[in-house]
Design a protein around this ligand. Structure first.
Ligand code: NMX
Ligand code: MLT
Length: 466
């Protein structure tokens, strides 16, 4: 008697044949409004998600309400205390304000908003208990999605919906939940870091935490503090100098502002929007986004890139001598020939180097301790010149250039965040900003539940006669 898996195995060849037939013979045919290739090919290029705050142009990259990254770096508010410092970066709080309202905030508005977030940053007791109960071997992104969905316990929107509210009032409760979630993300991310990597260290040093939420500071400072990375707090885990500690805070600011939004079709944004369309509250909706971000073709690429760069360094860098372009090229061919992808390269929409990648590289280039001495950073830079040629010759990827994940991990690594599994959690703190801003608009506009029509191979084949 055949078991379930063997029965399935028997059914595979015929279905795969049919899939191949439809893909190669009917891909160009119009099926309703779409081409058959769009249905089989991950809906690429299909304009069907309403998204207000950002638009991605394949050749230019992202614009936030029409502004480029460089425009945002000039126009969005920084921390008031550091506003005059040339190395100070825009605050993610300013980016969120801008994404949500389409208006540039004033310094006073951002000071108040930053304080409002810090005021709401502490986690409820049950969340501490829940996170403490998770095994430290559980991937940090899984911990993050559990923590975020558990906050649904306190959802004002879910409670109001249960009481009964008109559609026109929904957005206000969603807004309140969104602000509460954005405020708590640094504490969630900090707690996961401490529990996963430093529980033993904290116990042996009689520490309750590596850092604290300072109500006078911004999200990025508080996250850095909870990671034990701020010189001025009691714990300076990685022994950073004052300059490095302040640079690290600015790295988080830049990273979180840049990764906030990438229009609506990427997996984390779309998942948040889709789940929210069922009127699941913002915690459940963004928890779904986090689970998508945890995939290696999406946000987890940040961790994959760093592992790949560290392995390449071990294999190709001898002492202070950097490898030749030819050596890197051979290394890449070995990966491609074994059927793996080059992490940090390629994009579903972009057809040029990701301007977010370039902005992160500029952060490193502005600091000689990184640009001149950090071998991982130098490898990333050299790789970005060599890999496009190799990928073009390989001939599969539509976009042979570096994407956003190519450069961020090495910068965190430089300052001492060496726990590669953790990088995507920082992406998760940032990515909340765009999709949650859109979620508020989804409810203001009263968008309906998302429910595309699906279709099977037989229906497509029948439509064109075989
Ligand atoms: N290395 C090797 N092959 C690649 C790469 C790469 N970096 N990128 C794409 N390809 C292959 C891809 O696997 C596909 O092969 P096949 O036909 O055998 O299935 C072919 O090229 C065509 O893919 P594209 O249409 O160029 O890319 P797609 O839109 O399907 O996927 C990514 C986009 C980003 C998923 C893909 O480029 C990739 O897997 N990149 C590596 C992982 C990565 O860096 N992801 C991070 C993306 C940014 N983020 O944060 O989300
Ligand atoms: C993102 O930031 O979400 C990635 O670049 C992936 C995408 O846009 O598809």
């Amino acid at each position: 008697r055949k078991d379930l898996k063997s029965t399935l195995k028997e059914a595979i060849p015929e279905k795969v044949e049919s899939f191949k037939y439809v893909k190669s013979n009917l891909g160009d045919k119009s099926f309703g409004e779409l081409k058959v290739s769009t249905i089989l090919g991950g809906m690429r290029g299909n304009r069907s998600v309403l998204w207000e705050a950002s638009t991605l142009d394949p050749n230019e990259g992202i614009r936030f309400h029409g502004l480029t990254i460089k425009d945002c770096q000039k126009k969005l508010q920084k921390s008031q205390a550091e506003a005059d410092s040339p190395l100070s970066e825009m605050l993610p709080e300013s980016m969120f304000w801008f994404l949500l309202t389409g208006k540039l905030p004033s310094q006073e508005q951002i000071n108040d908003f930053t304080a409002q977030l810090a005021e709401n940053a502490e986690l409820p007791g049950y969340l501490h208990t829940l996170l403490d109960s998770l095994p430290s071997t559980l991937h940090p992104m899984t911990q993050m999605s559990i923590a975020i969905s558990a906050l649904n316990h306190d959802s004002l929107f879910a409670k109001a919906y249960e009481r009964g509210i008109p559609k026109t009032e929904m957005w206000e409760y969603v807004f309140d939940d969104v602000i509460n979630l954005v405020a708590k993300l640094p504490a969630i991310a900090g707690k996961i870091y401490q529990n996963t990597f430093y529980e033993g260290y904290m116990r042996s040093n009689s520490l309750q935490t590596l850092g604290e939420i300072n109500k006078k500071k911004d999200i990025s400072y508080n996250l850095a503090s909870l990671l034990g990375m701020t010189k001025n707090d009691s714990v300076n885990l990685k022994g950073l100098s004052e300059t490095d500690s302040s640079d690290f805070v600015n790295l988080i600011r830049l990273y979180c502002a840049l990764h906030a939004d990438h229009e609506g079709g990427n997996v984390s944004a779309h998942a948040t929007h889709l789940v929210g369309s069922a009127l699941s509250d913002p915690y459940l909706s963004y928890s779904a986004g986090i689970q998508g971000l945890a995939g290696p073709l999406h946000g987890l690429a940040a961790q994959e890139v760093l592992r790949f760069i560290v392995a390449m360094k071990e294999s190709l860098v001898k002492g202070s001598e950097m490898p030749s372009d030819e050596q890197i090229s051979t290394y890449l061919w070995d990966i491609l020939n074994s059927g793996r992808v080059i992490p940090g390269y390629g994009h579903a929409v972009l057809r040029r180097p990701d301007p977010r990648f370039e902005a992160m590289v500029d952060f490193g280039l502005a600091r000689p301790s990184i640009s001149k001495s950090d071998v991982h950073f130098k490898l990333v830079h050299q790789l970005s010149k060599v890999a496009p040629g190799v990928l073009k010759e390989h001939g599969k990827t539509q976009n042979p250039y570096p994407n956003v994940d190519s450069s961020s991990g090495v910068l965190f690594y430089h300052y001492g965040i060496t726990e590669t599994m953790y990088f995507t959690v920082i992406f998760g703190v940032s990515r909340a900003l765009g999709p949650l801003a859109q979620l508020v608009w989804d409810r203001i506009l009263g968008l309906p539940i998302e429910r595309p029509k699906s279709v099977n191979l037989q229906t497509i084949t029948n439509a064109f006669g075989k």
